[in-house]
Design a binder for this molecule. Structure first.
Ligand code: PGA
Length: 240
């Protein structure tokens, strides 16, 4: 695992956006694994800015053949509702670039893993991390061989998401989600995990010390992958 620290989130996301844009130019049908939550919002803005104003690439970036696979979605939500991750992706990225919506995939049932394989696998997976070390909605206790499945959110995740996205209303947060598993995530060819909050300091520090998989800290599965980069900014109090 490589750890790269940037002074600001803007510098960090520019670096990641450059990687993504370069990959799309090199392989127009790039398969991107995408995350939701507060962490990737500025990254998506930077990619949209590049699409509209060529801020990263001098030539236009064509998203029409790009394929995307999102990590997770709440169970039982209307995909057009404000809380849905389908809507989050539409608002933050998909409606703002020329992506073909037929090429954007979300987990709906356990067939998601075979769908990803049939599409040729994920080239680059973008991840956030929960304060409890979850990736996707793989909460502590998740197994190393877990695939896409319905998961129960733990009280910590419900509380964090209530504060960030539901005006503090714990009752409004769905209690179950469907998430790619740890084994699903590990199949992608390359992984970039992002962290831009002081609240992630403990998680990143634990990840840096991790030597093997510990189910109580799901992100430690990344120790088992050959091409993982952790990108964070100075709000995370960890040395690179
Ligand atoms: P966040 O969520 O980006 O809103 O912090 C990350 C996560 O819980 O995986």
């Amino acid at each position: 695992m490589k750890f790269i620290k940037f002074k600001t989130e803007a510098e960090a996301v520019k670096h990641v956006a450059e990687i993504i844009v370069k990959k799309i130019h090199a392989k127009p049908s790039l398969a991107l694994g995408l995350a939701t939550g507060s962490t990737p919002i500025k990254l998506y803005q930077t990619l949209v800015d590049d699409y509209k104003h060529h801020t990263i690439s001098k030539q236009a970036t064509d998203w029409s053949h790009v394929k995307t696979f999102n990590l997770d979605e709440y169970v039982g939500v209307d995909y057009n509702s404000e809380i849905s991750y389908h809507k989050f992706m539409a608002d933050n990225l998909f409606d703002k670039v020329n992506i073909n919506k037929h090429n954007t995939f979300f987990p709906e049932d356990h067939s998601f893993d075979s769908l990803i394989s049939k599409q040729g696998g994920v080239d680059l997976q973008i991840l956030g991390i929960g304060t409890n070390g979850h990736i996707g909605f793989n909460e502590p206790g998740s197994k190393a061989d877990s695939l896409t499945r319905v998961v129960e959110l733990v009280p910590n995740t419900i509380a964090v998401n209530a504060k960030k996205f539901f005006n503090g209303d714990i009752n409004a947060v769905p209690k179950t989600a469907i998430s790619m598993g740890l084994a699903s995530i590990l199949k992608s060819k390359e992984i970039i995990l992002l962290a831009f909050e002081d609240a992630k300091t403990d998680a990143i520090s634990k990840l840096k010390k991790a030597k093997s998989f510990d189910p109580s800290f799901p992100a430690s599965i990344l120790t088992q992958h050959p091409n993982v980069t952790i990108i964070f900014d100075s709000s995370v109090k960890v040395d690179a």
